[in-house]
Design a protein around this ligand. Structure first.
Ligand code: PMP
Length: 414
């Protein structure tokens, strides 16, 4: 590990959590340079919904490269981009009665978020954005301003202005609805909260600790936005692409956001991010919001193959089935160790095991790694063990990973 310690910035968090040198991977398994196997319950923080090196994607990319397909084309029209757009329209948008234009942004999630925030401000001529405590939208200056975790923020970043934070669903306790609370602030001219251009929200907070918004809350939030002429941006970067069982996470609430950010698994494992916007919102002047790496054609090739999994919506059933296995096992594990006061929450194939005693989730993750499982923590205090395996994980590998979590807790409790 010496070269990493010597040369890579102190910011390298995952090197510290998983201190081996990884080499190859397939599906839900990774191997270090000595051939040791690790089951992957982290899936690149949601990038690998279709697994590592999915052979369908690799074959398509190899064929594309072999025939000399253009890899870098800025935002020129290409055959690969046309194939992606066509499949996205035919497979994802039209069957769901959704009408959005697509803006390819820089290749990572925060680039799509920055684009959404900038467009919302430009359209509404207002600068305030409302976001939610424990929400996570990225760490560049604009997206950091709407990320609700002060660990990432320094006064000097100027990231405490132009945004206001409201409590997420359930955060005010039973019986107090945070959308009603929001309405009070918006109606009260002395609240100090300017009318926002947009609200940005995850339907399930991923980094924030797997907090699932209820359908009613999401519908009420969408209604409030409409009433006050506020744009609703759903950040589906982590929980889109089928993670919750439907392609978009907001489908379960039957709402139609004004804008949607997508990244992570949309590129089938390659860097890709995009903004979906209602067609009438596409008021950009040509070239007004550009960047060098908008739309990488190799990513379009992988992404087009990935959409193939949604042609018959055949993933939804598998996600529901495996999600139920995770929920059931986690509940059994939580019940087995009452001294840990553990609780289980999630949806589809994103689950959290909250271990409220300080440090326990982190220690479990470290112990699990020594037993061959890559799993990360989430939540404001890193108190939640987050289960985010590939949607295509084999059931026996899934159960093997869950058994490692149980054995790790058993070792810690003793
Ligand atoms: N939004 C959400 C919901 C995310 O989970 C993340 C990444 N964890 C981002 C935005 C930022 O994406 P990136 O790290 O690719 O910039």
């Amino acid at each position: 590990m010496r070269i990493f310690d010597e040369m890579e910035s102190e910011v390298r968090g995952y090197i510290r959590s998983f201190p081996v040198v990884f080499d190859v991977a397939r599906g839900s398994e990774m191997f270090d340079e000595h051939g040791n196997r690790y089951i992957d319950f982290f899936a690149g923080a949601g990038v690998l919904n279709y697994g590592h090196n999915n052979p369908r994607f690799s074959e398509a990319m190899i064929a594309y490269l072999e025939r000399g397909g253009i890899v870098h084309g800025l935002d020129k029209a290409t055959v690969a981009k046309r194939a992606f757009l066509t499949k996205f329209r035919d497979t994802i948008l039209e069957p769901r009665n959704l009408n959005y234009k697509v803006q390819f942004t820089g290749p990572t999630g925060t680039n799509a978020v920055e684009t959404a925030l900038k467009l919302a401000r430009m359209l509404k001529r207002r600068s305030n954005i409302i976001a939610f405590t424990n929400g996570y939208h990225g760490l560049t200056l604009g997206s950091l301003a709407v990320t609700g975790n002060y660990y990432y923020k320094d006064e000097s970043y100027g990231s405490r202005s132009n945004s206001a934070f409201m409590p997420f669903d359930g955060f005010l306790g039973e019986g107090v609805d945070s959308v009603d609370y929001m309405r009070r602030f918006l109606e009260d001219g002395s609240s100090g909260i300017d009318l926002p251009a947009a609200v940005i929200v995850e339907t399930v907070q991923g980094e924030g600790g797997v907090n699932v918004a209820s359908i009613e809350w999401l519908q009420k939030l969408a209604g409030l936005c409409r009433e006050f002429d506020i744009l609703l941006i759903i950040d589906d970067i982590q929980v889109g692409n089928g993670r919750t069982g439907t392609f978009f996470s907001f489908e379960r609430a039957g709402i139609q956001p004004d804008m949607v950010t997508l990244s992570k698994s949309i590129g089938g494992g390659l860097p890709m991010a995009l903004l979906l916007m209602r067609p009438d919102l596409d008021q950009w002047k040509p070239g007004e919001h550009t960047g060098t790496f908008r739309g990488n054609n190799l990513a379009f090739v992988a992404a087009t193959e990935a959409l193939g999994y949604w042609e018959n919506d055949d993933l939804s059933g598998a996600v529901a089935h495996k999600g139920e296995i995770i929920r059931g096992e986690l509940q059994r594990i939580a019940d087995r160790f009452p001294e840990l006061n553990a609780s289980v929450r999630g949806l589809g194939m994103i689950w959290g095991l909250e271990l409220p005693q300080p440090g326990v989730a982190g220690e479990t993750s470290a112990e699990a790694f020594t037993r061959g499982l890559v799993i990360e923590t989430a939540g404001a205090d890193d108190q939640v063990l987050k289960f985010l395996p590939s949607l295509l994980i084999d059931e026996d590998v899934l159960r093997e990973g869950l058994a490692i979590v149980e054995a790790s807790l058993e070792a810690l409790v003793e």
